[in-house]
Each structure stands twice: as C-alpha cells, then as structure tokens.
Design a protein around this ligand. Sequence first.
Ligand SMILES: [Fe+2]
Ligand SMILES: [Fe+2]
Length: 270
Amino acid sequence: MSAEPLELYRDRNHACLMFSDLVEEDGQAVQANQFLIVDSGTGAIIDPGGNLAFNELFMGMSRHFAPHKLSYLIASHADPDIIASLDRWLTSTSAQLVISRVWERFVPHFTKPGKTEHRVIGVPDSGGVLPLGANQLVLLPAHFLHSEGNFHFYDPVSRILFTGDLGVSLTSGQEAREPVTELAPHIARMEGFHRRYMVSNKILRLWTRMARQLDVAMIVPQHGAPIMGQRAIADFYNWLDGLACGIDLFDGRAYQVPALAIDPASARKA
Ligand SMILES: [Fe+2]
Ligand SMILES: [Fe+2]
C-alpha cells in the first residue's frame, strides 16, 4: 500500500496525479485509481472512490492541494467504487459533485439527509465543458460504458482521457503504475471484464468514433494501468470496435429459471 501518487502530467500551472494503491489488497475489494487535477490553483477529484479509500486519499491529496479549496468531485457514474465516500467528501470540503442527471437524485442515498442540497451539478446526457482554473475539462458522453448515465473526462492540457470503467485491467495497485505501451499482451487482462461489464458492441463503436476525434496522449481507466502512446491507443480503439460484449453475448440461455442450489457456507467469501 502506498499513498504516493503517480504524476501523470505536470507543468507550471497544471497537474494530474493518480492514486492507485490506497486500499489494502486483501482480495475483497477491487483495485481502484483516484485522480487529482489541479489547474492554476483550482482542484478537482475524479472518481474519489469508496469509504475504503477516503482517509488515505484525503491525507495523500492534502500533501499536494488543500482539500478546503477543492472545487469539484467529478464522478463518471454512481457505482460504490466511484462515489460511496460522498458523504465524507461533502463534509470535509466545500466541493460540488458533478455527475450525470441520471444519478442526480440517487446519490443523496449515499449521504445523510440534506447533505447534497445545492452541492450537485447534474450533467445532461450530451455532456459539456466544465471550467477548471484557467482551462476546462470536457465531460464526454460515455453512456452504457458501462453505466446508463456515464461520462468520461478529457483534459486538453495533459491530453489525458479519463475513461472510468472503460479500458480497465485487473491488476495490483503497484502494477497499475506502469503505463501500457503495447496493447496485445495487455488484452488478456481487459477482455473478461469488458465482455461482461460493457453493454454492447454498438455502443463501443459509437464511442470510438467520438474518441478518435480527440488528440489523446494517454487513456487512464479507473482500475489498472494507463494505456499510453498513439499506437497502443489506436490498437485499443480497434480492439473495442471488434469486441462482442454485454447483450451481444446474452441470449435465452442466460434467462432460465434456476434450479441450482446455492450453499451459503461454501459460497461465502473468507
Ligand atoms: Fe462501474
Ligand atoms: Fe469501477
């Protein structure tokens, strides 16, 4: 476990830091990355994570940016590993939550009553451009990849595309710090997850058509390692274009009334 972030980008006015190793790796919770973006003294956290990450992230972040100055908590979607720590962030900072309108009225369930009042910026399905310091962050539509209301975040300064659960690989927090520059050997770590968690090939192809219009230096997912460089990124888009996933793979066989007994004793995880 390490609280020291990986510096994805830094210049005089702008920094992108990735925390990848804040949660004890005991096999129960999936490894997850959290991000701090700072531009000209304004700060945002992307996908702050669950309660497991809160204390370490808050302390780790404090070494680079004063939490009370944080402007945004930006959530790609509303899964527990993305935003379950919302109550504690809203208590400890004055940041606004930026999240899809699809989830705007669901996230108050993560907090004590009234906590989200005047603190949520609901993003319409078409996305938008969010001011951040002297620059902006582009909130890109990524619905159904995998969540119904889902955004990716493009930072034009660092040319990083933060892709939430798209491009995820299942690794340790240490391995997540090593950017992948060659896609072929990496596919085995991504394939099972994408086949089950992504909704359909149609959506993947709509997304790659949009993503190819952007100048991207690095694709940075919420689990596992960044994908870096023109060649690996082009290979990643091509891989997605040809990937059958989600409802492409489900047919009547997946919807049978089950007869198999679940044994609570052996099914329970240690
Ligand atoms: Fe998710
Ligand atoms: Fe996730």
